[in-house]
Design a protein around this ligand. Structure first.
Ligand code: 5AD
Length: 364
């Protein structure tokens, strides 16, 4: 019989050869890269490289979490803050900001609503508000723990002493979010007044981890003065600190801050950073943040396709939601509202994802 030339059934495997793709592959294989490599990634990536990264990162997310997206109910319980971060609408110098404080009972009723809806993590976030003494905070944490022992409590209340962190932990909090904002000391000094120091922030993060919290750090993408070199420092820091959670989102200007006229960070760069983080820390808990949802109506879906696996809908009482204005136009209605979980579930189902009723702890 004559030899038949069969057509090729599958196209030849096309080796992706750009330098950026090589670095993406190396990051996935070794979970670490050099400063120079990060700078190359951040400066040279093309839209084609981005697609390649998102495929790898999305695959990595599915490998660790399947089709599950974890939800956290975010309770913004005080908009009072003693700090003066130049980027933040809650900074103490902002006389226009509307200040409020929820009582313990109000916070507990948020949890009650959230629990009914299916939330099993409550994130208690506030400005650095001295009215909430350690005693009040510990009582609050213990009350939440007592009423919902099957829920995780995440705190996001800023810089405290090691003793305070220990007291909250002993009262029942197991997770803590404290973004480092930027890992470059010079850049940190551009974003904060002199009394706030990067070294203090880093010491807080080390203390949290040592105490045993699932610890989250993170940064803003495109904050004023940020270059690829600064961002590379953020990745090097994540690489050595190896947090259990990472929160990143685009910088968005707030009209009543010194950065009112600065340009916002982009969704594209935020997505690129999310993808890199997923490959560097494969099992990290990584939210598609409100800021990403604010600058792009499909920010959450895009974030998930770039490797994110957590969403944090707003569970604050509706009358205060408009007052926790970190940046202009911060969304809190629609699918961002915790009570519209059905709508969020439908959006997740549309991209093949599910929202389970569970705490969604770090599994590392
Ligand atoms: N744009 C984006 N994110 C901001 N945050 C504060 N202000 C802004 C802003 N203008 C972020 C900070 C902080 C978190 C609670 O919100 O990273 O850690």
């Amino acid at each position: 019989m004559n030899k038949v030339n069969l057509p090729e059934l599958t196209p030849p495997v096309r080796r992706q050869t750009s330098r950026v793709k090589d670095l993406i592959r190396r990051l996935e294989e070794e979970q670490s890269l050099s400063r120079e490599a990060f700078i190359t990634l951040l400066t040279d990536h093309t839209p084609e490289d981005d697609q390649y990264l998102y495929e790898r990162a999305d695959r990595m997310r599915r490998l660790h979490f399947g089709n599950q997206i974890y939800i956290r109910g975010l309770i913004e319980f005080s908009s009072c803050c003693k700090n003066d971060c130049l980027y933040c609408g809650l900074r103490r110098s902002n006389r226009q900001a509307q200040r409020y404080r929820l009582t313990e009972e109000e916070i507990l009723s948020c949890c009650r609503v959230g629990y009914q809806l299916g939330y099993r993590t409550f994130v208690l976030q506030s400005g650095e508000d001295g009215w909430y003494t350690d005693e009040r905070l510990c009582r609050l944490i213990a009350s939440v723990k007592r009423e919902w022992p099957d829920c995780a409590i995440t705190l996001s209340i800023g810089e405290k002493s090691r003793e305070s962190y220990q007291a909250y932990f002993d009262a029942g909090a197991q997770r803590y979010l404290l973004r480092h904002e930027t890992a470059s000391p010079a850049h940190y000094a551009r974003l904060h007044p002199p009394e706030q120091r990067l070294e203090t922030r880093m010491e807080c993060l080390r203390n949290l981890k040592e105490i045993g919290y699932q610890t989250g750090c993170g940064f803003m993408v495109g904050s004023p003065g940020q270059t690829a070199a600064e961002l590379a420092e953020d990745f090097l820091f994540l690489q050595s600190f190896r947090p259990e959670m990472v929160g990143i989102g685009p910088f968005i200007p707030h009209r009543d801050t010194p950065f009112a006229l600065e340009p916002a960070g982009t969704a594209d760069l935020t997505l690129f950073c999310l993808g890199l983080i997923r490959l560097m820390l494969p099992d990290v808990l990584l939210p598609a943040t409100t800021a990403l949802g604010t600058i792009d109506p499909f920010g959450r879906e895009k974030g998930i396709h770039a490797g994110a696996n957590v969403i944090m809908p707003n569970l604050s009482p509706s009358d205060v939601r408009g007052k926790y204005m970190l940046y202009d136009n911060k969304i809190s209605a629609g699918d961002e509202a915790a009570e519209n979980l059905a709508a969020l579930k439908a959006r997740m189902a549309a991209i093949g994802c599910q929202i389970p009723v569970c705490r969604g702890d770090y599994q590392g």
